[in-house]
Design a binder for this molecule. Structure first.
Ligand SMILES: Nc1ncnc2c1ncn2[C@@H]1O[C@H](COP(=O)(O)OP(=O)(O)OP(=O)(O)O)[C@@H](O)[C@H]1O
Ligand SMILES: [Mg+2]
Length: 350
C-alpha cells in the first residue's frame, strides 16, 4: 500500500440493465476487504439485454456511482451476458499446447454461430491438461459490437476497462472467494437480475455448466405496467412492496403467477440439463443472488420448486467490510452486487 495505490487498484463494474454496480476491494492479511460499493439505477432502455442503448446515460450513471461512493480506482473489470455471449465446453484428446491452440480455433469455427472475425474469443483449460487423457476446455465467444458499446460507455466515464469477463464466471468467482476454498460441493448459483438470470453449476473451483436465461424482474414490472396502465417507477414500487404472494392475489395475478412459474421451470430445466449430461453427478446445494432474489417470497418459491437445500448467496460472507462502507445500504444491495464482487476479485488474479 502506497500513497498512489488508488491508481493501481481495479474496481468491478457490472453494467446491468436496471442499475450500474461498482465494487472496490483491497487485499488484507486475512483475505479481502470491501473498500467501497454502490449502485446507481439506470433509465429503462439504457441497457437492453446485452446491448447498450444509450452509452451517454450509462457513462453518466457510472460517473455518478464512482463519485458518490468515492471509488478511486480508474481501471475496471466489467462483464457481458445474455445472447451476446456463447460458452461451450469442448472435450479434446490429450495433445501438445500448440496442437491444442489449433484444435480450439478449429472447434470454435464449428460451434460458434458467428463469423469468428465478429467475436472476441477466449478459452480456459479446465483441470490439468498435461495429466493425460481428455482435456476439457471452456470456450467463450462474445460479439465484438456488444463488447465495444460497453467499452465506449466506460471510456465515456473517464475509466479504463482492463478486463471483460462473463457474468456467470464473475458470479462463480464471487462464490469461490466466499464459500469455495476447494469445496467438493456441487453447487448451483442462480443470479436473478432484471433481464437475465445467470445459471452456473460449479464444483471445486471448476465451472461445470453455465447458461443465461432471458428472464428476470423486468418481466414482472413490465406486466404490471401494461395491465395496470401505470409507469415504470410505480410498477417497480408496487412489485417491491408486494412480494410474490400479494402480486399473485392482486390484479393481473394469473399472468404474474405464470411469469414466476416460467422462471422456475426454466431454472429447473437448466439444472436438469446439467444433470443429464453429468453422468450421475447431482446438484447438492443452490445459492441465490441478483436483485430479483430480493422479491419477498421468491426464494421460498424456488426452494419448494427445486426441492434442494437453498440459501441466499452472501457476496461478502468472507470479505471484511471497511469503514467507508455504509453497512445498512450494503445489506440492502448485497444480492445485486455478487457479479460486481466477482469482477473486482479479477484484479487480484495472477
Ligand atoms: N427488494 C426488491 N424486491 C423485488 N425486486 C427487486 C428488489 N430489489 C431489486 N429488485 C429487482 O431486481 C432487478 C434488478 O436486479 P439486478 O440489479 O441484479 O439486475 P441487473 O444486473 O441490473 O440486470 P441484468 O438482468 O441485465 O443483469 C429489477 O427487476 C428490480 O426490480
Ligand atoms: Mg446483472
Amino acid at each position: 500500500m502506497g500513497l498512489f495505490s488508488g491508481g493501481e487498484t481495479l474496481a468491478g463494474l457490472d453494467l446491468g440493465s436496471s442499475a450500474v454496480k461498482a465494487v472496490e476491494l483491497r487485499r488484507v492479511r486475512a483475505g479481502f476487504e470491501l473498500v467501497r460499493a454502490g449502485l446507481e439505477p439506470l433509465e429503462p432502455g439504457a441497457v437492453a439485454e446485452g446491448a447498450i442503448g444509450d452509452p451517454d446515460s450509462v457513462a453518466e450513471a457510472v460517473r455518478r456511482v464512482f463519485s458518490r461512493c468515492r471509488i478511486r480506482a480508474r481501471r475496471v473489470a466489467t462483464s457481458v451476458s445474455g445472447h451476446s455471449v456463447i460458452v461451450k465446453k469442448l472435450t479434446l484428446p490429450a495433445m501438445s499446447p500448440e496442437e491444442l491452440e489449433e484444435s480450439i480455433q478449429w472447434e470454435a469455427r464449428q460451434v460458434i454461430p458467428f463469423d469468428l472475425s465478429d467475436v472476441h474469443l477466449d478459452h480456459q483449460v479446465l483441470g490439468d491438461a498435461s495429466a493425460g487423457g481428455d482435456t476439457q476446455v471452456l470456450l467463450v465467444a462474445a460479439r465484438k459490437e456488444r463488447v465495444a458499446s460497453r467499452l465506449e460507455a466506460i471510456a465515456g466515464a473517464g475509466l479504463s476497462p482492463l478486463i471483460v469477463d462473463v457474468d456467470g464466471f464473475a458470479l462463480q468467482n464471487a462464490y469461490e472467494a466466499n464459500y469455495g476454498d476447494g469445496s467438493a460441493v456441487t453447487a448451483a448459483l442462480l443470479h436473478i437480475g432484471a433481464a437475465v438470470t445467470n445459471v452456473v453449476v460449479t464444483r471445486g473451483g471448476v465451472p461445470l455448466f453455465t447458461r443465461d436465461l432471458s428472464a428476470g424482474g423486468n418481466q414482472l414490472t413490465g406486466l404490471l405496467q401494461k395491465e395496470l396502465r401505470i409507469g415504470f417507477e410505480e410498477a417497480e414500487r408496487i412489485k417491491r412492496e408486494s412480494g410474490v404472494e400479494a402480486l399473485e392475489a392482486g390484479p393481473a395475478g394469473a399472468l404474474l403467477h405464470s411469469v414466476v412459474e416460467t422462471l422456475l421451470l426454466e431454472i429447473r430445466k437448466s439444472l436438469d440439463l446439467f444433470e443429464a449430461g453429468a453422468e450421475g453427478e447431482s446438484i447438492q446445494r443452490v445459492y441465490v443472488s441478483g436483485g430479483c432474489s430480493g422479491l419477498a417470497g421468491l426464494v421460498e418459491r424456488l426452494q419448494s420448486g427445486l426441492d434442494l437445500p437453498l440459501e441466499p448467496l452472501d457476496p461478502f460472507k468472507s470479505i471484511a467490510v471497511g469503514r467507508g462502507v455504509n453497512e445498512e445500504s450494503l445489506y440492502r444491495q448485497a444480492p445485486s452486487l455478487a457479479v460486481a464482487v466477482g469482477l473486482a476479485l479479477r484484479g487480484f488474479h495472477d
